[in-house]
Design a protein around this ligand. Structure first.
Ligand SMILES: Nc1ncnc2c1ncn2[C@@H]1O[C@H](COP(=O)(O)OP(=O)(O)OP(=O)(O)O)[C@@H](O)[C@H]1O
Length: 226
């Protein structure tokens, strides 16, 4: 089932008296339960693609659809709500709150989306178990390794059962063994949670672990591959 659809998306930035085309009529589909890598040289438009899919940037033209529903052209408030309730983000740095334990990081993200109570508590613990942190629920970020912090960030991004998971270079601060572990985990969580995952990466050594790959060059889709 198609989860995320980008249809003919163009995004430009003003660049002095010219216009820089960051995304040039890009179309892309990602299914529920599919992890798709987006690769391409620096400046090719990978972050722009994530920003459009995550409703952080409005395209000049084209559409973003989630589960068939068009999300382009709605109010800022609706964008914010969709981001909070239907989209999970994982960035280069885990961006955890320094004073909170692993369990509290997830509880807080759940609360922001209006989820709390015994069922939410159970889901927080189950997700921390699923990412291999059952023994670290009471630890704070400074007591965790870089890889463990990214695991907390992945569990946190999934806490509200998003339809879409957007991941930007999650392994750039990790060594190659840890990087493979994190991408393996992202693939497993994508399949288990039936989320559609877009993984922006420079790390060509982990591409065997994902389901599909899209390459961008100068804002254009180069090699869509099923
Ligand atoms: N806010 C902005 N204002 C103007 N130009 C921008 C802005 N953000 C990105 N660009 C330009 O748009 C193009 C695409 O940038 P983008 O960050 O999407 O590429 P990228 O593939 O993610 O690069 P990297 O791998 O270096 O992160 C580049 O030419 C970049 O300079």
């Amino acid at each position: 089932m198609t989860r995320l659809a980008l249809d003919d998306v163009t995004l430009t930035y003003p660049d002095g008296d010219r216009t820089l085309v960051a995304l040039d009529r890009v179309s892309l589909r990602v299914d529920a339960g599919e992890i798709r890598a987006v690769t391409g040289p620096s400046g090719s438009g990978k972050s722009s693609l994530l920003a459009v899919a995550g409703l952080l940037q409005r395209p000049d033209s084209g559409a973003v659809r989630l589960d068939g529903e068009e999300l382009t052209g709605r109010s800022r408030w609706e964008d914010t709500r969709a981001r909070r309730e239907r989209i999970g983000f994982v960035f280069q740095q885990a961006n955890l709150l320094g004073s909170l334990t692993s369990l509290e990081q997830l509880e807080m993200a759940a609360r922001v989306a209006g989820n709390h109570g015994a069922e939410t508590d159970a889901r927080c613990r189950a997700l921390l178990d699923a990412v291999g942190l059952e023994g670290e629920t009471a630890r704070r970020p400074h007591q965790l390794s870089g890889g463990q912090r990214q695991r907390v960030a992945i569990a946190r991004a999934l806490i509200n059962a998003p339809a879409l998971l957007l991941v930007d270079e999650p392994t750039s601060a990790l060594d190659s063994a840890r990087s493979r572990e994190i991408v393996t985990l992202l693939a497993r969580m994508t399949h288990e949670q039936q989320v559609a995952t877009v993984l922006v990466t420079h790390d060509l050594d982990t591409l065997d672990l994902v389901d599909s790959r899209t390459t961008l060059a100068d804002g254009r889709l180069l090699a869509p591959k099923a």
